[in-house]
Design a protein around this ligand. Structure first.
Ligand code: ADP
Ligand code: MG
Length: 321
């Protein structure tokens, strides 16, 4: 059985030769060089077995997701990733599990040149907490409070398929084998929109990443910005598998499903072409789904009429964003 220190040495310590990491794993603190004129963006997300994922979840996917959800927060603030720390509680040292977990974790870390610079390791019920550090240009950060009346509202990628994957796992929906595989990719391999988020810095007025469903997360922007919004339900970019199911289910999962990790952001109407060109240059689909209004609350439109008849659960979310 490995000791705590052998475990860190073997699985978590790597060469951290990234510029800006003055000292990585091995001392009491890591040290990051800070560029003059930049601000540090910091965010933590915890994943708890049994609450955020099923305990038998594939460790490779879990390693990816634990970091992806944190990078997604950086993306929503137009931040460039600098590094992250990992605090992990493990019930026992199961090397095959840790090897899978670190494989998924480091594949994503390498893709965004975001090294693991420290952390903590302890025995306990499986629990993963990552803190990411990023850098931003002061004043070039889309805050939740930045939306203004008349802004367009945009979504990257598509919504709802991660919720459909969960529905498959919970037996709420029947998925064929191909669908189950694709859906699980959406649930366990969310792609944080890091490059696009950084590119939005000069034009986005408000932004948030969608972790709990569009209705609730857009609701945070509306509340912080003291505005309302009108959304065109037909414009919602439903995930490809959801598009094959009923419209009502699609809208419900897109609005309240969660685990999408797409960006929702607002821009001035005259920046629409810039948004489209940026997204096209990154081969990322982007969809304008509505606009910001002075009237508070979230209005859902279908065929030019306001919709009040979606399922109770979804409807309640709209009422109390
Ligand atoms: P301390 O007791 O001073 O907190 P530790 O013995 O917990 O130090 O950790 C030793 C070194 O290993 C530190 O640099 C710490 O950041 C790092 N470390 C511990 N656990 C992890 C982990 N899961 N991932 C990355 N680094 C870790
Ligand atoms: Mg420690």
């Amino acid at each position: 059985m490995l000791s705590e220190f052998e475990l860190i040495e073997r699985y978590f310590s790597r060469m951290n030769d990234k510029q800006g990491v003055a000292l990585g794993i091995g001392d009491d603190c890591a040290l990051l060089d800070l560029q003059p004129g930049k601000q540090l963006a910091v965010s933590s997300d915890m994943l708890v077995a049994g609450r955020h994922f099923l305990p038998d979840t594939d460790p490779v996917g879990l390693g990816h997701k634990a970091l992806a959800v944190n990078l997604s927060d950086l993306a929503a603030m137009s931040a460039r990733p600098l590094g992250f720390t990992l605090a992990i509680a493990l019930p026992s040292i199961e090397e095959s599990w840790i090897a899978g977990f670190t494989e998924g974790l480091f594949a994503l870390a390498d893709r965004y040149a975001c090294p693991l610079i420290g952390g903590d390791t302890t025995r306990g019920p499986l629990n993963l907490c990552i803190t990411v550090f990023g850098e931003v240009r002061p004043g070039h950060v889309p805050l939740r409070s930045g939306a203004q009346v008349g802004d367009d509202i945009w979504i990257t990628g598509s919504l709802g398929d991660a919720r459909l994957a969960l529905a498959g796992l919970l037996g709420e929906q029947t998925l064929d084998a191909d669908e189950a595989l694709t859906a699980q990719m959406r649930l366990y391999r969310p792609q944080p929109r890091v490059e696009f988020g950084m590119a939005l810095a000069p034009i986005a007025r408000a932004a948030i990443d969608i972790s709990d469903g569009l209705a609730g997360d857009l609701g945070h922007i509306l509340k912080a910005s003291q505005v309302g919004a009108t959304l065109q339900l037909d414009a919602l970019p439903l995930g490809p598998m959801l598009a094959r199911r009923t419209q009502d289910l699609g809208w419900q999962y897109a609005l309240t499903g969660g685990d999408d990790y797409e960006l929702c952001f607002t821009t001035r109407p005259h920046d629409a072409e810039t948004v489209r060109a940026l997204a096209a240059s990154m081969q990322l689909p982007v969809t304008r789904i509505g606009h910001i209004t002075s009237a508070p609350g979230l209005r859902l439109m279908h065929d030019n009429e306001e919709v009040h008849t979606l399922s109770r659960q979804a409807y309640d979310h709209f009422r109390q964003p």
